[in-house]
Design a binder for this molecule. Structure first.
Ligand SMILES: Nc1nc2c(ncn2[C@@H]2O[C@H](COP(=O)(O)OP(=O)(O)OP(=O)(O)O)[C@@H](O)[C@H]2O)c(=O)[nH]1
Length: 207
């Protein structure tokens, strides 16, 4: 399917993200878009949100908006999509692990428990937020053995540092789980069904 088969020509779509998984979700849906990474100090925003007791969903939305606004300044004619995902286990927030060793520590904390992927997406156009949505898929991880973790980390190697949960659900990460609740695209970082609904309503996609 050629990209953009369902798309009106205007406005151009821009995904304000460096995430290969988010790009893959948009490409698989046949959307024509440009992906631009937004240089935003996510750690600083997250840290101050935490310090102010701001809930994860609001913090993720703040981050998504910061990325969208940054890119909208370069693409004023576009409809810009910003996203952010925070992994929450009870009251702990997890970021992408900085190393395979940190990935192992994350997985040891997550195994045998259910965590949430608080996933915010928003659309920015003409200098304002025109749509927003938060999806919160819940993932129940098996109480995997140390031997399994050894094998999993050896297989995934550096890939475990590119995702917020140290797993790629569309890859070997599926072996970690007993149960999943929520849209797979949301788990990958982009709530696609709600976004497509908005794009149709906004006249960007054919109904
Ligand atoms: N491939 C894959 N990526 C996942 C999965 N779960 C979460 N992610 C990714 O984990 C990352 C979450 O971190 P974010 O800070 O939201 O995004 P990012 O990677 O920094 O990219 P930006 O949008 O540029 O901030 C995103 O890239 C998600 O796509 C998964 O199961 N598979």
């Amino acid at each position: 399917m050629s990209a953009g088969a369902f798309q009106a020509g205007d406005p151009p779509l821009v995904l304000a993200s460096a995430s290969s998984a988010r790009r893959a979700v948009m490409e698989a849906a046949g959307l024509r878009f440009e992906a631009l990474a937004a240089a935003v100090d996510e750690a600083a925003i997250k840290e101050s949100a935490r310090a102010e007791g701001i809930p994860a969903a609001d913090a993720a939305m703040m981050l998504a908006e910061a990325k969208a606004r940054r890119i909208a300044a370069r693409r004023p004619e576009a409809l810009v999509i910003g996203c952010d995902q925070i992994l929450v286990l009870e009251d702990r927030w997890f970021d992408k692990p900085a190393s395979p060793a940190e990935a192992r520590a994350h997985l040891e904390a997550l195994r045998g428990r259910t965590h949430r992927l608080v996933t915010a997406v928003l659309c920015w156009r003409g200098g304002q937020r025109v749509w927003q949505h938060v999806a919160t898929p819940r993932l129940t991880m098996r109480p995997v053995s140390d031997a399994f973790l050894d094998a999993y980390l050896a297989l995934e190697a550096e890939a475990v540092t590119s995702t917020v949960g140290a797993y790629r659900l569309e890859g070997p990460g599926i072996h970690l789980f007993d149960a999943l609740e929520g849209e797979q695209a949301s788990i990958l970082g982009l709530p696609l069904l709600p976004l497509l609904g908005f794009l149709r309503q906004h006249g960007v996609l054919l109904r």
